[in-house]
Design a protein around this ligand. Structure first.
Ligand SMILES: [Zn+2]
Length: 216
């Protein structure tokens, strides 16, 4: 399939804002994409915003952002909104995201996909299009007990090496999650292989995208 290319901004590096409800969301959903962006865009500007997390997990989020976006011009913003209760603090979530945009204007926003069954993820997905009217919004997917995968519309292919690198970094950066029964290579690589099969690549990350522009 003929791939679409990201149109690059004139006279400045590409800027990407990644938003996660919880430490590890961004890297599970889009870690391979972040690694690819960092490799292919010299001078990439990146901002990771994580809305909830205790100090131990915030430290993991900070470490992970530095690993997955090594070499990028990176800022990491961590907040302590109530985990599992983001719908109840909808205005604070929106205020927090708007506050970030005062100093960081992204070209691409990477955030949870709108059909996500987790209420915290879904709240972010609901707010993103109300804040960003001139950005490409890629909605990532997170494997979970709920079984909430929907049909993706955008795929970022990954080589086998890149997919394995992503999983290695997940294990390295988030040791607090290793005891979870779903945190294993087969879940991460199995999903990536399935998404890869769907776009004729060895592995892939898949995203929802409700609106995009093609420059002909
Ligand atoms: Zn999450």
């Amino acid at each position: 399939m003929l791939p679409l290319q990201l149109g690059l901004p004139q006279g400045r590096p590409l800027s990407v804002l990644a938003i996660g409800a919880h430490p590890d969301d961004i890297e599970i959903g889009a870690g391979g994409t972040l690694l690819s962006l960092t490799q292919s865009h010299v001078g990439l500007r990146a901002c990771c915003l994580v809305l909830t997390g205790i100090p131990e997990r915030q430290l993991e989020a900070r470490t992970a952002a530095a690993e997955f976006l090594a070499g990028a011009d990176l800022s990491v913003i961590l907040r302590e909104l109530p985990e599992g209760r983001l719908p109840a603090v909808w205005s604070q979530v929106k205020d927090t995201i708007e506050e970030v945009t005062r100093s960081f204007r992204p070209d691409v926003v990477i955030a949870p996909q709108p059909q996500d069954a987790h209420q915290d993820h879904r709240t972010i997905a609901e707010i993103v299009p109300t804040v960003f009217r001139d950005q490409l919004y890629l909605g990532y997917e997170i494997p979970k007990w709920d079984g909430d995968f929907s049909r993706p519309t955008m795929y970022v292919p990954m080589s086998a090496d890149l997919a394995r690198r992503k999983v290695e970094l997940l294990h390295k950066c988030f040791p607090s999650q290793s005891r979870r029964d779903w945190w294993d290579d087969e879940v991460f690589l199995g999903l990536a292989r399935l998404r890869g099969m769907e776009c004729r690549a060895p592995y892939a990350e898949a995203f929802s995208c409700t609106k995009s522009v093609i420059s002909l």
